[in-house]
Design a protein around this ligand. Structure first.
Ligand code: NDP
Ligand code: HEM
Length: 482
């Protein structure tokens, strides 16, 4: 027979009742000396941390990355060496909705991976699309404001969304993806993941390469139509969380084939597209995908708040063999994530179990709220007390020349850089007739919201005509503007 534990305060002191507050007589006022009940109420008032300012609603699971191919000629990163197995945590999310919003709303999906490598945490914080809406971080908060809620009535507003998009033509590629049925994936298991940015890889000899990551679903791509996604919202707001949790619980472990595209370092300067522009892909004809391994999710979290809500991903967590590229969006994100974690979770968020590296930590950072383990003496560097010392060899391979005037400017244009050329290729060469029909229908449905003005509808038609005249015609006809 198992012995039932007795309730205690959080300090471990036995609690006398789970039902009755301490009172003066059965009807009497309550007493301040009832520390147990006061602790319960005070603790309850502090249960919520702020939700993520974006990607608030999500779910996640633990898993493993297995590398099956030898890519040591491209990177010396330990986790990418053939035969390596690395534990990981992956969080999926929607972007614009709040913590209680519905999983199947039209939105990109987050695909954020934390690899617990022997050389510290490597975080790859991507989406289910290989591109993004904007290419300069100075526009990010404005973009997000336009997708969230108005100031006056706190409503989401499609007019505001189209206003931002049509004034930001670099958004066309991502909005095309978003408006196809890939904007409403059937489950997180049935979508791809992408690192999206270009990253720098360097090998043990210091040779450098640019790389893009593709995680291709082994379950196959499956999407909802707009109508199906809407119907699911009415049935089950937590459809995707439930799907992932149930599949893993039943031993049906989802997996993704891990591919990379690799560009020689020198090829970037005169490649036909700016290879660091986050609104562009690298066409496969130029840089085919190379399979390097498999990512499998194997274990559910045991505690949603502790492990999913407090998970903190940061694109700045890069390990030896991998470094940032000059992608301006990536550069902005290197700052943004640790900054929001210090605010949202607290200064010592990296000590929480889901975020704590499995590699040893020898840092001179100390103290602060909720610090769990602290470095001992010496508390400074350099020191003559044999404390940890940095090793400059870890930087070898990562360095490259940059020079230029300090300016505020768009990227220098490469030969074929144009905001519409790649969404046009998607429309012309990749989408099936059914995909195209649904794309037009989804755009028309979205831009037909009552708040979208007549002038805005004209701008919407112009935006899509720039992608392709047939698409423009379809949207115009659907909006009654033919
Ligand atoms: P390819 O024909 O070699 O590749 C097309 C890509 O599109 C494949 O990765 C395909 O893989 C993906 N795709 C297929 N159906 C859809 C869909 N309905 N929505 C989004 N993606 C889809 O051509 P290119 O590499 O020259 O690219 C052509 C266009 O395809 C690009 O302009 C871009 O819009 C899109 N694309 C390109 C990617 C790349 O990294 N090169 C990646 C994804 C899209 P799958 O069906 O497995 O997703
Ligand atoms: C979450 C900022 C662009 C993917 C977040 C969060 C912030 C943020 C502040 C909340 C993090 C948290 O509270 O834990 C930014 C900024 C960007 C940017 C400033 C551009 C300058 C992108 C891009 C991608 C992306 C381009 C994908 C390619 C994600 C994902 C999450 C996230 C997946 C959720 C991570 C998780 O699951 O916890 N972003 N973001 N973001 N962002 Fe971005």
């Amino acid at each position: 027979m198992t012995i039932r534990p007795y309730t205690t305060t959080d300090a471990g002191v036995p609690a006398p009742s789970d039902e009755f507050s301490l009172s003066v007589g059965p009807n009497g006022p309550l007493l301040l000396q009832d520390h147990y009940v006061i602790q319960k109420m005070a603790q309850f008032n502090r249960e919520r941390v702020p939700e993520r300012v974006v990607h608030a609603k999500g779910g996640g699971a633990y898993g493993v990355l297995r590398i099956t191919e030898d890519v040591s000629q491209f990177t010396k990163a330990g986790l990418f060496q053939k035969g390596e197995e690395t534990d990981l945590f992956l969080r999926f999310s929607t972007v614009a909705g709040e913590l209680g919003s519905a999983d199947t709303q039209r939105d990109p999906r987050g695909f954020a991976i934390k690899f617990y490598t022997d050389e510290g945490n490597y975080d790859l914080v991507g989406n289910n699309t290989p591109i993004f809406f904007i290419r300069d971080p100075s526009k990010f908060s404005d973009f997000i404001h336009s997708q969230k809620r108005r100031a006056d009535n706190n409503l989401r507003d499609h007019n505001m969304q189209w206003d931002f998009w049509t004034l930001s033509p670099e958004s066309a590629h991502q909005v095309t993806f978003l408006m196809t049925d890939r904007g409403t994936p059937k489950s997180w298991r049935n979508m791809h993941g992408f690192g999206s940015h270009t990253f720098l890889w360097y090998n043990a000899a210091g040779e450098k390469f640019w790389v893009k990551y593709h995680f291709k679903t082994d379950q196959g791509i499956e999407n909802f139509t707009d109508a199906e996604a809407g119907a699911v919202i009415a049935q089950d707001a937590d459809y995707h969380i439930r799907d992932l949790f149930t599949a893993i619980k039943n031993g049906d472990h989802p997996s993704w084939t891990v591919n990379v595209q690799v560009m020689p370092f020198e090829a970037a300067a005169d490649y036909r597209f700016n290879p660091f522009d986050l609104t562009k892909v690298w066409p496969h004809a130029d840089y085919p995908e190379i399979t390097i391994g498999k990512l499998t999710l194997t274990r559910n979290p045991e505690n949603y708040f502790a492990e999913v809500e407090q998970a903190a991903f940061e694109p700045a967590n890069l390990v030896p063999g991998i470094a940032a590229s000059p992608d301006k969006m990536l550069q902005g994100r290197l700052f943004s994530y640790p900054d929001t974690h210090r605010y949202r979770i607290g200064a010592n968020y990296l000590q929480l179990p889901v975020n704590r590296p499995k590699a040893p930590v020898h840092s001179y950072n100390k103290d602060g709220a909720m610090r769990y383990s602290n470095p001992g003496d010496p508390v400074y560097a350099p020191n003559s007390a044999n404390g940890p010392a940095a090793d400059p060899s870890f930087f070898a391979g990562e360095s490259y020349q940059v020079a230029g005037e300090i300016i505020r400017s768009a990227y220098r244009k490469h030969a074929e850089d144009d905001d519409f050329v790649q969404p046009r290729a998607l429309w012309e060469n990749v989408l099936s007739d059914t995909d195209r029909e649904h794309l037009v229908g989804n755009i028309v449905g979205h831009a037909s919201a009552p708040e979208v003005t007549g002038d805005m509808k004209k701008r919407v038609v112009e935006y899509w005509t720039n992608v392709h005249k047939d698409l423009g015609h379809g949207v115009a006809a659907g909006l009654g503007l033919a």
